[in-house]
Write a protein that binds this ligand. Structure first.
Ligand code: PEP
Ligand code: MG
Length: 590
């Protein structure tokens, strides 16, 4: 391949620009394996290296199994299977044979074995045996990690300042990213509203998704430019392109610094209406970023991240400490703790059903929790206990019916009764809210409003479920449109119903953090907006540039429009200048 400049266009995942060396991570989370030949005199050492890696993998599995508390023992059978597989002739014996006969390194020999053995399992009719193909991948990953000198998912172990290039990254993997090591990342899959993308924005790492050809085109150590604002990746940039990118990077950083300096000013319109702007977090430590960027509390704490990257469920005491850690940073501000929104694209190895063809429509969030009340109640107890320390609200995700709200509230009261009987301090008198993110909930919002204290509109899912567009699918990413007339009508309905019912209406989906949407959100009369911490300064700045009566008129006009294009052009005509001043544009303002 020549070293001339190549430009790939993808989805602008997380804003910002970085320039760095590419570091390829293959599908199984391990470096792309290189092939090299082994001399006769090194053959025995290479075989021993492989045997040592297998032994290490077996020891690791044994430790995990031994350390698993008795109540979770039933989950370890899968690891026992992996241990047996590691010693199996098919994998073990064959890999050693390949090292000997092909005179190749152990990693390569193992990869070759997998490529032969895996299809043998995949083609079997029996479901159980077919599933063993996945197990083979898991155990070979473990050995490969050991051979290449990395433990577990190696994203957390990367020790160079690099730009990560991967086919895809799960939210669990992304949340392990070490900020001081990873400058940016690019993937072949993924859509703008995926959780991986949301985490990149929270981490403030430039990212471009859905590139399709990145893994095929980029090589390890290539210099690449990631322009997460424009959704462009440049491979082997020319000197001219590099200078230009460096210049734009600097302008972007300056722009960020300017708006960050103003972030503690209130979000008050020119006609004196004040909007509360809060932050969304995934991990307790992110609460500091919310506070530092001028957020006025936590509008969404996605608690499921405490359940990822583990082999079992976290204990009540661990959850309680996590929640308290967040509350302690903002003791006088609201902290909205959303109960477990697991599954969907946030699959968890020890929980998620393996046989869901459509996980987004499956046993996700409240559905899972209501089916597993003992797991749900552990979390509810932790929230009730933490609520003693601050201004806590509880939020139920993916509510689709009144029954679900009632059942969730019943379990909350049951958890409170247990704490009461045990003499443990708790606070049950806290605002209870539901995510408005499923169309059936929006349509029955008047019924649901009678059961709760607030609505929080989750546009990420509401757009996905209303428009039937998978939020993580790059093929339909261009149709994932917040300005679709159907979405505007949904939002209007929730805001109107909330107002009529006398309850608060908030928004915590990514739409809330897009400054271009602020005129619409103001016009709707929402009580609070909650967003990625990094989005707070620009959103507040935008609110300060607008006036409420104009925004209402604008929304009324937008609601008359029939197409996204018409709404966009109305937005541009009405607010183009204000937007240009509030937003960073790659070629424009400072
Ligand atoms: C949403 O759906 O808009 C939301 C805020 O929740 P999540 O992104 O975690 O699904
Ligand atoms: Mg959601």
């Amino acid at each position: 391949m020549s070293d001339s400049e190549i430009i790939l266009k993808g989805i602008a995942g997380s804003p910002g620009i970085c320039i760095g060396k590419a570091y390829l991570v293959d599908k199984e989370g391990v470096d792309v394996v290189e092939k090299y030949y082994i001399g006769d005199n090194e053959l025995e050492a290479e075989i021993n290296r492989f045997k040592a890696a297998v032994k290490k993998a077996i020891d690791e599995l044994a430790t995990i199994i031994d350390d698993t508390p008795d109540e979770f023992r039933q989950h370890t059978h899968i690891l026992e299977t992996h241990k047996v597989l590691l010693q199996d002739k098919l994998l073990y014996g064959r890999t050693i044979d390949i090292i000997k006969t092909d005179r190749v390194n152990a990693e390569w020999a193992l990869k070759k074995t997998i490529s032969i053995v895996r299809p043998m399992f995949e083609n079997i009719e029996n479901d159980y045996l077919r599933d063993r193909a996945e197990d083979i991948i898991h155990v070979s990953d473990r050995v490969l990690n050991s051979l290449v000198g990395a433990d577990g998912v190696n994203i957390a172990k990367i020790d160079k300042r690099v730009v990560l290039v991967a086919p895809d990254l799960s939210p669990a993997e992304t949340s392990q990213i070490q900020l001081e090591r990873i400058m940016g990342f690019v993937t072949d899959h993924g859509g703008k509203a995926s959780h991986t993308c949301i985490i990149a924005r929270t981490l403030e790492i430039p990212a471009v998704f859905g590139l399709e050809r990145a893994m095929r085109t980029i090589r390890n150590d290539d210099i690449i430019i990631v322009d997460g604002s424009a959704g462009i990746v440049v491979i082997n940039p020319s000197d001219h392109t590099l200078i230009d990118a460096e210049d734009r990077r600097e302008r972007y950083e300056n722009f960020k610094a300017v708006i960050a300096r103003q972030s503690h000013l209130p979000a008050e319109t020119t006609d004196g209406i004040r909007l509360k702007v809060m932050g969304n977090i995934e991990l307790p430590e992110e609460v500091v970023a919310v506070r530092d960027r001028g957020g006025e509390g936590i509008g969404l704490y996605r608690t499921e991240f405490q359940y990822l990257n583990r082999i079992d469920f976290p204990a009540e005491s661990v959850l309680y400490e996590n929640y308290k850690d967040v509350i302690d940073v903002v003791p006088d501000q609201p902290v909205t703790i959303r109960t477990l929104d697991i599954n969907g694209d946030k699959a968890v190895s020890y929980i998620s059903p393996e046989d869901e063809d459509n996980p987004a429509l499956g046993l996700r969030a409240i559905r899972y929790c209501l089916q597993r009340p003992e797991i749900f109640k552990t979390q509810l107890r932790a929230i009730l206990r933490a609520a003693v320390h601050g201004d806590v609200r509880i939020l139920f995700p993916m509510i689709a019916s009144v029954e679900e709200v009632r059942e969730a509230k019943r379990l909350l009261m049951e958890a409170a009764d247990c704490l009461d009987k045990e003499g443990i301090a708790f606070k049950a008198d806290m605002p209870i809210g539901v995510m408005m993110e499923v169309p059936s909930a929006v349509i029955t919002a008047d019924l649901i409003a009678k059961e709760v204290d607030f609505f929080s509109i989750g546009t990420n899912d509401l757009i996905q479920y209303t428009l039937a567009i998978d939020r993580g699918n790059r093929h339909v990413a261009h149709m994932y449109q917040a300005l679709h007339p159907a979405i505007l009508r949904m939002l209007k309905r929730v805001a109107d119903v909330g107002r009529e019912a006398g309850i608060q209406t908030y928004m915590c989906g990514e739409m809330a953090g897009d400054p271009r949407m602020v005129p619409i959100l103001l016009g709707l009369g929402l009580d609070e907006l909650s967003m990625n911490p990094q989005a707070i300064p620009a959103a507040k700045r935008m609110v300060r540039a607008l006036n409420l009566s104009d925004a209402k008129e604008f929304l009324d006009a937008a609601l008359q429009m029939k197409t996204v294009a018409a709404i966009e052009s109305l937005l541009e005509d009405s607010y183009g200048e204000a937007l240009a001043a509030a937003l960073y544009t790659p070629n424009g303002n400072d």
